[in-house]
Design a protein around this ligand. Structure first.
Ligand code: NAD
Length: 496
């Protein structure tokens, strides 16, 4: 029987269809980054709690796997409905614990729902293929089967969207699921699991374990976890990929980013600066697809610099729930001081601080972690900072003489999550699309986030693995291929 989630501020786990109080010895405060208010306490669950969740998922697997795909997607239709009904309520939870604006929170929820919708197509997407008469009277078929227990480990910056890059596909393909959300933003998934509890899934199909590194390590080492979907910083992505691999699990690990945009002189400067400003400073720069280096070419330098400085300086910063606010705080006090110290590093490395967001104080929100939009003009392309992920509202401007030089900067970038170009030339756009060393490409687009039916295609240090999240790649990742070769009675093959 399902029991209601405890109303106390101590967050429960959700295991085997029940909210369970954690036995964790360590708990962490969940803070509102705009106000400094403590919203709840999250348990840092240990291996025993992870084992209980994996065991529930493992027990649920055989029956769930036998459930026809058509029946498996029915709860997802209900989930879509509930997510729509609770849309604003969930978005508010995202803003309170993550800090992004209410509008941005609604944007990420829309993308979460899109993944639920796409996973409803599993009866078509999961089909295999076949060929009759690979030899006389012999047929061959390829079937996709689910793996078993899938674990997903997700970051703080999209508390509502990223778990849904994985959960709908994993369960629609017949797997069972354990989620370990970011311990900094656990409230959104608590709310989402209250909805998941109502959609008629058998107990154990989806489970939620709150925690940090020890919980992740327990998932990576658990023999019944077959696959790991991870999103977070590059250092942790590499670690998770290596440890999952050493334990014989398949893994898809999305890492950090440093995204460049190239601005050609023939671009529409007003629109380019508006779009790049949204990309660099939206979500306070805490998006893995945020543009953080703008490379201007030729005459674009002055026009773009003046235009972006003007646009960015007008952005209203504050509590994301307040009307008219366009940019919220960064996630923690530590993050604020790290971002501010990296701005200082940029200055030391030769950049001019064109717009300085350090030491921001927002009236009524003195305890908030605010950094206003910052622009580092003329950051040397060879400086370390040019290739360091800042993950805050900081845009560096670099100048190049031509597209060759600009593309060389991109080649030196260890990350390959996204690259964008602003131009009105089709041939420049084609050249860029062909040559840019990144997996998500934007042409006159600032945040080239693939729709749910396309793979989220990070490259280089932004991704470790083969199959990406979302769409057809998700189906490949969450299923195992089985090939069957069949020969039947001779009479039958002779008859026709
Ligand atoms: P993070 O790496 O600190 O944490 C991600 C997850 O890993 C969390 O669930 C956390 O509990 C766990 N974790 C943290 N340290 C760990 C350790 N030492 N061992 C095992 N597990 C550990 O990332 P974050 O700060 O939450 O998120 C921001 C990062 O995520 C940025 O680098 C950003 O670029 C990246 N990101 C990438 C994508 C993408 O699609 N490539 C999307 C969103 C965020």
């Amino acid at each position: 029987m399902t029991v209601a989630a405890p109303s106390a501020t101590k967050l429960p786990n959700y295991v085997n269809g029940q909210w369970t109080e954690s036995a964790a010895s360590e708990w962490q405060d969940v803070m509102n980054p705009a106000t400094g208010e403590v919203l709840a306490q999250v348990p840092l669950s240990g291996p025993a709690e992870v084992a209980a969740a994996v065991s529930a998922a493992s027990t649920a697997f055989p029956e769930w796997r036998r459930t026809p795909p058509e029946d498996r997607i029915q709860p997802l239709f209900k989930l879509k409905q509930l997510l729509e009904e609770h849309f604003d309520d969930l978005a508010r939870v995202i803003t309170r614990e993550n800090g992004k604006t209410f509008g941005e929170a609604k944007g990420e929820l829309r993308r979460a729902i899109e993944n639920v919708e796409v996973a409803c197509g599993i009866p078509t997407m999961m089909q295999g293929y076949n060929l009759e008469d690979v030899a006389r009277g012999i047929d061959e078929i390829m079937i996709r089967q689910p793996l078993g227990v899938i674990a997903a480990i997700t970051p703080f910056n999209f508390p509502g969207m990223i778990p849904f890059w994985f959960l709908p596909y994993a369960i629609a393909t017949g797997n069972t699921f354990v989620l370990k959300p970011s311990e900094r933003v656990p409230l959104t998934m608590k709310r989402a699991f209250e909805l998941l509890d109502q959609i008629g899934l058998p107990k154990g199909v989806v489970n939620l374990v709150n925690g940090a590194k020890p919980a992740v390590d327990a998932l990576l080492d658990h023999p019944q976890v077959r696959a790991i979907s991870f999103v977070g910083s590059t250092a942790v992505a590499k670690y998770v990929y290596a440890r999952a691999g050493a334990n014989g699990k398949r893994a898809q690990c999305q890492g950090g980013a440093k995204n460049h945009v190239i601005i050609l002189p023939d671009a529409d400067m007003e629109s380019a600066s508006q779009i790049v400003s949204d990309s660099a400073f939206g979500c306070a720069g805490q998006r893995c697809l945020a543009v953080s280096v703008a490379v201007t070419i030729g005459d674009a330098q002055k026009a773009f610099r003046d235009s972006i400085a003007d646009t960015a300086s007008k952005l209203r910063v504050g509590n994301g729930l307040d009307e008219g606010v366009k940019m919220g705080p960064v996630i923690t006090k530590q993050s604020k001081s790290r971002v501010e110290s990296l701005i200082g590093v940029g200055e030391k490395q030769g950049a001019k601080v064109l717009l300085d967001g350090r030491n921001t104080r927002i009236p009524k929100y003195e305890a908030g972690n605010f950094v206003k939009p910052t622009i580092l003009d003329g950051l040397p392309a060879t400086s370390e900072l040019a290739n360091t992920e800042i993950f805050g509202p900081v845009l560096s401007l670099i100048h190049a003489n031509d597209m060759d030089e600009a593309l060389a900067f991109l080649e030196r970038n260890p990350y390959g999550n996204q690259a964008s170009l602003f131009t009105s030339s089709g041939s420049a756009a084609r050249r860029f699309r062909y040559a840019a060393p990144a997996g998500n490409i934007g042409i006159n687009i600032g945040v080239a986030a693939p729709m749910a039916y396309f793979p989220f295609s990070g490259w280089k240090d932004s991704f470790f693995g083969v199959m990406h999240g979302q769409g057809r790649d998700a189906v490949e990742f969450y299923t195992e291929k089985k090939v069957v070769i069949e020969r039947w009675a001779k009479e039958h093959s002779r008859k026709f």
